[in-house]
Design a protein around this ligand. Structure first.
Ligand SMILES: CC(C)(COP(=O)(O)OP(=O)(O)OC[C@H]1O[C@@H](n2cnc3c(N)ncnc32)[C@H](O)[C@@H]1OP(=O)(O)O)[C@@H](O)C(=O)NCCC(=O)NCCS
Length: 433
């Protein structure tokens, strides 16, 4: 028997259906609430709002579970690669050998960007943030493929597989060029013979007179980093992608908006904020103890960055995996005695036994260690969030598709509770105080 929730307003009682997800998650379907009662729901920050039905990613924040298309993150991290996982997320199933070969080929063939775009990079002032460049460039990329960026979902969906591969491939080229443009360095073209991560590192760090050869450990750590970021359900940037997509916008425009949403320090910018926090603790001669005390004040500027999560009220499963790989990367790269690392370890240890953090279920999230791992790989700090964007691209693409294929899809348009002045009459300038 279908379940329902009884809801009473002004003596009128209505039954609202309860939707049950495949993991037995329950949601009260309030779509008829306003029509039947005149009320809307109020949920600042959307913590209790299901904005869509989705079959991409499952998270149980209380248990620390994360699965892409049903596959546990631990198994994918152990056995898969970023490229294969991207295919899984974008297309819904793990690829066969032939599908994986075709996908890799499409990535190789799409790696270069139109030479006209190089002039666009030159238009940015030196020192421009690579996230600003990335977002602008992703949107511009659509201009070079007008047949894939029609803003007509039907037509854009016909080319979904091609567009998805093109964006997954080119985002890394655009990202590397953003870095090189921001440093005034010459662009390094992609190579056909290199796998995804090695090719990215080559475009970042090779010089025309000296090729960069990635250590296998470095490429493997990057691969894992990207895989762990490939999707994360309805977070701020993914919801933004869906919001923009709901108006009919193309994959290029929608994912460019996702980059902007990711940029902030409470979301993708947290990995960079963690390093900044560690540096400032170090500069003040603190071992982290004073900072942990200050972080308990609850003020936004003193938060322990890389701690806490809207959904995880347990150890973030990605943080567990990345922490383990971080230590093995450190020993392969022979990195010892990094003072920031010592502070990070001390912060984690202190917070994990402090009542303030325990009571609020604040545990390390993926960003706590991902900033440190990228630092160890030689990725510049202002590229950290760009790396997150490359990793999150499959998730944004899959969520765009879910929005675009929904035949009953409506434009995302929340309501509000108005708290401004009630009606008042216009005052001529000379009467205003
Ligand atoms: C991720 C984050 C934005 C989630 O925010 P949220 O779900 O809205 O959580 P809230 O802001 O409601 O926080 C709940 C409580 O914990 C406290 N808190 C949350 N994160 C904290 C942190 N990192 N350090 C110190 N206190 C924190 C809040 O002050 C609040 O305390 P209160 O109940 O006494 O008012 C938040 O934990 C945060 O800012 N973390 C640091 C940034 C970060 O690492 N972001 C990356 C996320 S992957």
């Amino acid at each position: 028997m279908a379940q329902s929730a009884l809801f009473k307003v002004d003596n009128k009682e209505i039954a609202l259906p309860i939707i049950v997800g495949s993991e037995n998650e329950k949601a009260i379907d309030v779509r008829n609430l306003r029509a039947e009662t005149g009320c809307i729901t109020y949920d600042d920050g959307y913590g209790n709002t299901g904005s869509c039905l989705s079959s991409v990613t499952y998270i149980d924040g209380e248990e620390g579970i994360l699965r892409y298309r049903g596959y546990p993150i631990e198994q994918l991290a152990e056995n898969s690669s970023f490229v294969e996982t991207a295919y899984l997320i974008i297309h819904g199933e793990l690829p066969t050998l032939e599908q994986r070969r075709q996908f890799s080929l499409a990535l190789t063939e799409n790696a270069a960007i139109h030479s006209g775009m190089e002039h666009l990079f030159e238009g940015f002032p030196s020192g421009a943030h690579p996230m600003a460049i990335l977002s602008a460039m992703l949107n511009s990329l659509g201009c070079y493929y007008p047949h894939l960026a029609t803003n007509d979902h039907q037509r854009d969906l016909e080319n979904y597989a091609q567009t998805a591969a093109l964006i997954i491939s080119k985002v890394r080229t655009v990202a590397a060029y953003s870095y090189r443009a921001s440093r005034g360095l010459p662009y390094i073209y992609p190579r056909r013979d290199l796998p995804y991560c090695e090719n990215f590192l080559h475009m970042m760090f090779s010089e025309p007179y000296q090729p960069y050869v990635a250590l296998p450990e470095v490429a493997a750590a990057l691969n894992l980093f990207l895989l762990l970021h490939a999707d994360h359900e309805q977070n701020c940037s993914t919801s933004t992608v869906r919001m923009v997509a709901s108006s009919g916008a193309s994959l290029f425009a929608s994912t460019a908006a996702g980059v902007c949403a990711l940029w902030g320090p409470l979301h993708g910018g947290a990995n960079m904020a963690v390093i900044e926090m560690l540096k400032s603790i170090h500069a003040e001669g603190d071992d982290g103890s004073k900072f942990v005390e200050a972080a308990k004040s609850g003020t936004a500027d003193k938060r322990l960055m890389g701690f806490g999560h809207r959904v995880y009220k347990n150890y973030d499963p990605r943080a567990k995996i990345i922490k383990k790989s971080f230590y093995s990367a450190l020993s392969s790269l022979k990195i010892k005695d990094d003072p920031l690392l010592n502070i990070a370890m001390h912060l984690e240890e202190a917070a994990l036994k402090d009542d303030y953090f325990l009571a609020r279920k604040l545990y390390p999230n993926v960003d706590f260690y991902s900033g440190l791992i990228m630092r160890a790989l030689g990725i510049p700090e202002n590229m950290f969030t760009v790396m997150f964007a490359i990793g999150r691209m499959p998730g944004w693409i899959a969520n765009w598709k879910e929005t675009a294929v929904n035949p009953k899809g409506r434009i995302y348009r929340p309501r509000q509770v108005y708290t401004g002045p009630t009606k008042r009459d216009y005052l001529p300038l000379h009467q205003r105080k």
